[in-house]
Design a protein around this ligand. Structure first.
Ligand SMILES: N[C@@H](CCC(=O)N[C@@H](CS)C(=O)NCC(=O)O)C(=O)O
Length: 289
């Protein structure tokens, strides 16, 4: 490590290196929760309202809804609104009411007698799977295996995003110790997945489930070289079974639709800041099956 740091006896906010150095996201991080400003959330015409952004966690939800619509569940029609986390919109009062943790994605289902809030992407996937009876097998062994991998994703991805991604791509300066530590862990995670996918077509067996929907935007995208500019660094080509699986998932029409919803950066032909009906996709070209 280049610099020694002696932690003070009591940590205070002003003392963080992050705040002083101006690392990416330093300006929006705070050690307290709660709203910073008043802002009501917009409400569209459908029972399901999504408040999100097309990050890997956000995409899980819009892909799930597009998959449900592709299966003919008209009740999965939804409005999707942008919560721009780089502008601090996750700290608006309306958003904090539906997710006290101030992180996208969050969803409100207004088809109940009282609007029902659902936050945490894993909770949203399970909620929608149970509501529509899809992508979560009812057979006990298959259901447990799906939940095993869904929880694996929820527990593992913070080490990928908050650990590896943060120190490799976002920290103000590269530091050997955290980059080594998190690269070791992320490569181990990729190897876990690769070995599983050597044995099974989809993550949890022979069926496409919410485990695939949760894992593909993170580990599929990482293997495709789409996250943190780390394709070469992580030798992603060595994870051949992940590659076979993610190519299959990424070629799904519903996946391609869900991926562009609430996207406000990158290729303009792949951005749909808000989504209010299936016709919103008419001007886009998808080669998915
Ligand atoms: N465990 C949460 C994680 C959500 C999360 O970390 N969301 C990020 C974007 S991918 C976020 O909203 N960050 C804003 C912030 O940290 O202020 C989930 O899966 O829903």
């Amino acid at each position: 490590m280049s610099e020694e740091y002696t932690p003070p006896r009591v940590w205070t906010w002003e003392q963080t290196t992050d705040q002083k150095s101006g690392g990416k996201f330093a300006a929006i991080n705070r050690p307290v929760s709660g709203a910073t400003h008043d802002k009501a959330l917009p409400v569209g015409k459908h029972p399901i309202q999504v408040y999100s952004l097309a990050t890997p966690n956000g995409v899980k939800v819009t892909v799930m809804l597009e998959e449900l619509l592709a299966k003919g569940h008209a009740g999965a029609e939804y409005d999707a609104w942008v919560i721009n986390i780089t502008e601090g919109q996750q700290f608006g009062s309306g958003f904090v009411e539906i997710n006290p943790n101030s992180k996208i994605p969050a969803l409100v289902d207004r088809s109940h007698s009282k609007p029902l809030r659902v936050f945490e992407s894993g909770s949203i996937l399970v909620y929608l799977a149970e509501k529509f009876g899809e992508f979560l097998p009812t057979d006990t062994a298959k259901r447990v295996e799906t939940m095993n991998w869904l929880m694996w994703q929820m527990g593992s991805a913070p080490l990928l995003g908050g650990g590896f991604g943060h120190f490799y791509a976002y920290a103000p300066a590269p530091l050997e110790y955290p980059i080594n530590r998190y690269t070791m862990e992320v490569k181990r995670q990729l190897d876990v997945l690769d070995k599983q996918l050597e044995k099974t077509e989809y993550i949890a067996g022979d069926e496409y489930t919410i485990a695939d929907i949760a894992i593909a935007p993170w580990y599929g995208a990482l293997q495709a070289g789409l996250l943190y500019d780390a394709k070469e660094f992580l030798s992603v080509e060595t994870y051949q079974h992940i590659e076979r699986w993610r190519k299959n998932i990424f070629s799904r029409n519903a996946y391609q639709r869900g991926e562009i919803v609430n996207r406000v950066w990158g290729d303009e032909n792949k951005q749909m800041p808000e989504r209010h009906s299936a016709e919103d996709f008419d001007s886009f070209n998808f080669d998915g099956k």
